[in-house]
Design a protein around this ligand. Structure first.
Ligand code: BG6
Length: 468
């Protein structure tokens, strides 16, 4: 029966971006600089301490979403999105992060943006902090290693919850918080001190963020009782490289470095296995009285996560907090993207089951997508069949996961319009169903064009997945 192929009624279909990768207008209308504004080659490379005159910073203009959002939202509306995920740039609201009063023009921008989404029947899904902590908080306080950030963050949360309480019912606190180990500057705005054991500030910052996240949950439920607020992790799959028990257990340990973050967020307490890790790595996390109670009382409502690929683990490889894809050996059963990310649709079903078995809380797939170097044909068309294949194969596995009994709220494709890459700051690494005319050096008209995948995603949504 064909109904079997349809996704559940009310399933959220949409796309996801982050303010810093799309908006541009980095210093307009009172916005302060944030940590993304000093990045030249992506978050995997060191950033400048300050903006250097004459240097090219991809986030400064990005795709100019700040001025063109009406056109872009209209295109998303044409595809039939019933939700859209973006982040609020913290430094539009509090330019330095530690200001006493918010910036009205920044608040107004998001009012207008959310209104525009709602006009098309799109539910806004908002990431509160997506790799864009105000730069001042990094420079003056060292980022999340400093407990003071809890206060600044909760002030920011309270401001936006009160302001957007009638418009935004889906929230997420920190984007890919488990990437603290691989890109601590992006995820935790952490400023390291020379020669220190970096795991110490990484776990200390994590603790502060757990407390801040729980306080955000508390505030959100008080101010917007009908809202859901989740945590967000990068959870691409991890497999053992062979059936050698050392590979199997190593893969398990590697996975747990990531799941540690969802364990605390969703279960509301520190898991027993972390004690040994902290002891062996000489980590001493300072907690204040009441912290653990806050974490216990206000767990996240759902688990938002990104899934792009899978990786393998071979015994002896370093175990940090990797999220899949960074340390692994090549999996011979899978193909890779031009950026070396291994394409693994079945892995998404595996991860959905893994996570639901562990938490029994709703899952929201808030990032999934394919970065590719698209070619514009002479007639202007862009035939991205590889993106359509990626989309179809992953969504079929999502459907299987739903049939397996997993509670999945929705699916937001990463970068439904081409944006600046977080990892490499390239424009060339395109995810969009909508092409943006701009290159890695910043040249281009910024004109938008529909790719072949645009029409296909529209059909998927129209039929609630039936055509898959
Ligand atoms: C996730 C991030 O890590 O992956 C996004 O939340 C990012 O910000 C996405 O853009 C894809 O990564 P990249 O490096 O290809 O942009």
């Amino acid at each position: 029966n064909s109904n079997d192929k349809r996704f559940p009624e009310g399933f959220l279909w949409g796309g996801a971006i982050a303010a810093n990768q799309a908006e541009g207008a980095w210093n307009e209308d009172g916005k302060g600089p944030d940590i993304s504004n000093v990045v030249t080659h992506g978050f995997t490379k060191p950033a400048d301490e300050d903006i250097i005159e004459g240097k090219y910073y991809p986030s400064h203009e990005a795709i100019d979403f700040y001025h063109r959002y009406k056109e872009d939202i209209a295109l998303f509306g044409e595809m039939g999105f019933n939700c859209f995920r973006t982040s609020i740039a913290w430094s539009r609201i509090f330019p330095n992060g530690d200001d006493a009063e918010p910036n009205e023009k920044g608040l107004q921008f998001y009012d207008d943006l959310f209104d525009e989404m709602l006009k098309y029947g799109m539910k806004p899904v908002v990431t509160i902090s997506h790799y864009e902590t105000p730069l001042h908080l990094f420079k003056k306080y060292g980022g999340w290693r400093n407990r003071k950030l809890i206060e600044f963050f909760t002030r920011y949360c309270e401001t936006i919850f009160k302001r957007y309480k009638d418009k935004v019912k889906y929230w997420m606190t920190f984007n890919e918080i488990n990437n603290m180990h691989t890109i601590p500057y992006a995820a935790g705005a952490i400023k390291f001190e020379e020669g220190e054991n970096i795991l110490q500030p990484i776990y200390q910052a994590s603790h502060h963020m757990f407390v801040a996240s729980s306080l955000a949950v508390k505030l959100c439920h008080q101010i917007i009782p009908d809202a859901k607020i989740g945590c967000m992790l990068s959870l691409s799959a991890v497999y053992p490289n062979t059936c050698h028990p050392d590979d199997v257990f190593g893969a398990y340990e590697l996975r747990r470095r990531s799941l540690f973050y969802s364990d605390v967020h969703l279960r509301g307490y520190y898991p027993s296995y972390i004690k040994r890790i902290w002891e062996e790595r000489d980590v001493h996390v300072h907690m204040e009285q009441g912290d653990e109670e806050i974490i216990r009382l206000y767990p996240a409502d759902y688990l938002g996560f990104s899934y792009y690929r899978s990786t393998t683990y071979k015994a002896g490889m370093p175990i940090l907090g990797h999220t899949g894809g960074i340390v692994g050996l090549e999996n011979p059963y899978l193909k890779s993207t031009a950026w070396g990310w291994q394409i693994d649709p079945k892995g998404l079903r595996y991860v959905c089951n893994e996570l639901y078995d562990r938490y029994q809380k709703p899952l929201f797939i808030v990032e999934n997508g394919l970065g590719a170097d698209d070619k514009v044909e002479e007639d202007g068309s862009i035939i991205d069949d590889y993106r359509i294949d990626y989309l179809n194969s992953h969504l079929r596995e999502v459907r299987e996961a739903i049939k397996d009994g997993v509670d999945i709220i929705g699916y937001t494709w990463w970068g439904p319009i081409d944006i600046v890459s977080a990892g490499t700051a390239e424009m060339k690494k395109r995810y969009g169903f909508i092409y943006v005319d701009k290159d890695n050096e910043g040249n281009g008209t910024l004109k938008r064009a529909k790719k072949k995948s645009f029409y296909w995603y529209k059909k998927i949504i129209e039929t609630n997945g039936e055509i898959l």
